[in-house]
Design a binder for this molecule. Structure first.
Ligand SMILES: Cc1cc2nc3c(=O)[nH]c(=O)nc-3n(C[C@H](O)[C@H](O)[C@H](O)COP(=O)(O)OP(=O)(O)OC[C@H]3O[C@@H](n4cnc5c(N)ncnc54)[C@H](O)[C@@H]3O)c2cc1C
Length: 386
């Protein structure tokens, strides 16, 4: 088989790219071994995620289970209640992915090949994908095949470490519009328990930034402990999955210009909010737009388009993540002021601003500067602002 563009992986990144390309009359083949697979996920969609989904899969609105108006952050010494009206919605991820897949295949004409990519043979103007049962030749390949990406591996980019998260469903009697993030179970490595209410019960999960060999077991035990803490007695369908540990976007001199990585394959996740779907959809869209702009060599365009997002994700990781986890140790009062005012968080999650903009704005606030001085060395701080 010989086609223009092959998308490897039918998660939010691959489906978003497929939708944009198909809409623009590019013949797309989507290679996915398990259409309808269950991806373990919290199913939280922030406002910025919803704005993006509106572009590629407006039908997501029918799948909304609950609208969240408050987020409770529980630390060992304090609890913060952030009132952020309609800050995110919850969905059941398996239903979202299944319906999205049906939309691009049945309504947009994307060709689905049920197979697994094993190897890539890349030359200047074509890529041969060796799958389990056939070879596919394409001009351009989009690697949207998740955290263990075969496409990324074939480019020679190795994963340094991978954090782990588990989720389950359970019966829950708490308020349906309040989500809980509880940091008390994380000791050595940053991690948190989440409870995201659904129409019927809740999605409960635990994720930790650790790559201990037994992290799967540890994380699972913490989920069970967390369920007991919140009196969620019946939990079922516990499933875990790795998360990307770093951003893995090879530069133009290291990578062929006709192979792009998006979503988890590229490590695009915001650890300060736990959002991966947002960046999967966004990078899928940008990868597709780059192919439309420069059909045979889209990498340079893609890297240009995505560079500010990567900068923002790095900023979130280096500044916002430590603040979120070290809230007990540093300037509790100052944090309380910032968090309970909550406009900066709200603006970013609504997609009206970036961490970079908010960070610059917040630096004008004296308490935050004091806080950051405790968290970061001055040179680091300067590098971030420049
Ligand atoms: C427990 C947990 C909870 C989470 N909660 C949230 C949340 O609440 N909100 C949020 O925004 N994000 C959340 N995330 C992150 C989010 O799930 C991911 O960032 C997102 O799924 C990334 O989408 P993707 O399309 O890049 O990859 P994926 O969704 O992983 O899709 C990759 C696809 O590629 C396919 N594939 C793999 N290998 C091959 C191959 N060799 N050939 C062909 N196809 C292949 C897979 O079958 C899969 O369908 C969570 C993650 C975890 C683990």
């Amino acid at each position: 088989m010989c086609v223009e563009t092959v998308i490897v992986g039918g998660g939010p990144a691959g489906l978003s790219a497929a939708k944009i390309l198909a809409e623009n009359n590019v013949r797309v083949v989507l290679v996915e071994p398990y259409p309808g697979r269950v991806k373990p996920c919290g199913g939280g969609l922030t406002r910025r995620c919803q704005l993006l989904l509106q572009l590629v899969f407006p039908g997501y609105v029918d799948l909304i289970e609950n609208v969240i108006n408050e987020v409770m952050l529980v630390h060992s010494r304090s609890t913060y209640l952030l009132r952020l009206e309609r800050i995110f919605v919850t969905v059941r991820r398996e239903i979202l992915d299944y319906k999205f897949m049906r939309h691009v295949v049945d309504e947009c004409g994307v060709e689905l090949v049920q197979d697994r990519v094993r190897k890539l043979l890349v030359s200047r103007d074509k890529v041969v994908l060796q799958c389990n049962s056939q070879d596919i030749e394409a001009k351009v390949v989009l690697g949207c095949d998740g955290v263990y990406s075969a496409v990324r591996r074939e480019l020679g980019v190795t994963m340094s470490f991978s954090p782990y998260a588990v989720r389950a469903y359970g019966r829950y009697r708490g308020r349906p519009d309040v989500a809980i993030l509880d940091f008390r179970l994380s000791r050595k490595s940053p991690g948190y328990l989440w409870i995201f209410p659904l129409r019927d019960g809740a999605n409960i999960g635990y994720g930790e930034l650790t790559s201990e060999p037994k992290s799967g077991v540890t994380v699972r035990n913490k989920l069970v402990l967390g369920a007991k803490l919140y009196e969620i007695n019946e939990i079922f369908d516990i499933r875990g999955h790795a998360l990307p540990g770093d951003i893995y976007l090879p530069s133009t001199d290291m990578s062929p210009r006709n192979v792009l990585l998006a979503g988890d394959a590229a490590g695009l996740i915001d650890y300060s909010t736990g959002e991966g779907i947002t960046f999967a959809v966004l990078s899928g869209i940008l990868a597709a737009l780059s192919v439309l702009k420069r059909p045979s060599r889209p990498l340079e365009t893609y890297l240009n388009m995505i560079s500010s997002i990567i900068g923002d994700l790095k900023l979130s990781r280096r500044v916002i993540l430590p603040i979120k986890y070290r809230v007990d140790d540093v300037l509790d009062r100052c944090i309380r002021n910032i968090l309970t005012r909550s406009e900066p968080v709200s603006r970013v999650l609504r997609g009206r601003s970036s961490y970079y903009e908010e960070f610059k704005r917040l630096l004008k606030l004296k308490p935050l500067v004091t806080l950051l001085k405790n968290l970061l060395k001055p040179r680091e701080l300067q590098q971030l602002i420049n």
